[in-house]
Ligand binder design. Structure first.
Ligand code: ATP
Length: 253
């Protein structure tokens, strides 16, 4: 459904993405993980056309996204930090998005609006909302139009435990409908029962893409956090060995 081929991006002199390639398909729930600054949000923004890569190709349903923004109506996006007109009320923001997307009222998915209780806050101005309520509005918008792909950038950040669980249940329901879900999170424990695949980023490079099943099998660890920790230890050991080999050969020369 979404495919990245050799994507690289530089901001000024700083290389943020180097030769990133991966594909993801409907029915998959992909954890895009990695340390702060490893390039996860830049990947997401590149998929959404908000960042233009310096090189490489991104395709959505087999078609290059370059110069064609129509594909975006098929992606529900929940940003890390939603920015909205501060003077508009929640109801006006929801209404504005409905007008832009032009989806018939009976096809709108308003589950989260009800379960988060957003329907009781429609008159509140965006500028007065708490961080968590703003996140809830972003979540409502991401799911509202029944998009076939959902991209969520740290969706539970700022949500209280009850709301996190509501969102998690919703993601599971959509995953069961064979949608593609891409999700970034630093709280790996909340991804355990959700995801099918892991893409691990480090320093702007994709270190690996593996099914959760393969990752568990390779590491012998059931929990994602422990499996990732084990992979990183193995990586450090192999980097150390490599460094030792280089040092030895430098000494010989
Ligand atoms: N518009 C920009 N101009 C300059 N540098 C940028 C820009 N956007 C991102 N960067 C830099 O690119 C790097 C990757 O940022 P990105 O937001 O993709 O990381 P991330 O993996 O999502 O991090 P986090 O886990 O902290 O959200 C960071 O060093 C960031 O400062």
């Amino acid at each position: 459904m979404i495919s990245l081929q050799n994507i690289s991006k530089q901001f000024g002199r700083f290389k943020v993405l180097t030769d990133v390639s991966f594909s993801c398909n409907k029915g998959e729930c992909i954890a895009l993980i990695g340390p702060n600054g490893s390039g996860k949000t830049t990947i997401i923004k590149s998929i959404l056309g908000m960042v233009i890569p310096d090189s490489g190709t991104i395709t959505f349903r087999g078609k290059s996204i370059a110069n064609d923004y129509n594909y975006r109506s098929d992606i529900g996006y929940m940003p890390q930090m939603g920015r909205y007109p501060e003077n508009m009320s929640i109801g006006q923001v929801l209404g504005m998005m409905k007008d832009i997307r032009k989806i018939p009222e009976n096809l709108l998915d308003e589950d989260l609006i009800k379960s988060f209780g957003i329907n009781k806050l429609l008159d509140k101005r965006m500028g007065t909302l708490s961080g968590g309520t703003r996140q809830k509005v972003s979540a409502c918008l991401a799911f509202m139009f029944g998009s076939q792909a959902l991209i969520m950038d740290e969706p539970s950040a700022g949500l209280d435990p009850v709301s996190s669980e509501i969102l998690r249940e919703k993601i599971l329901i959509e995953k069961e409908k064979s949608k593609l879900v891409i999700i970034t999170s630093h709280v790996l424990s909340e991804l355990d029962d959700l995801i099918t695949e892991v893409i691990y980023m480090q320093d702007g490079r994709m270190l690996f893409q593996k099914s959760l099943h393969a990752l568990r099998k390779d590491t012998g660890e059931e929990k994602l956090s422990r499996a990732i920790a084990r992979v990183m230890r193995q990586q450090d050991e192999s980097d150390g060995l490599q460094e030792a080999r280089v040092n030895t050969s430098e000494l010989r020369n």
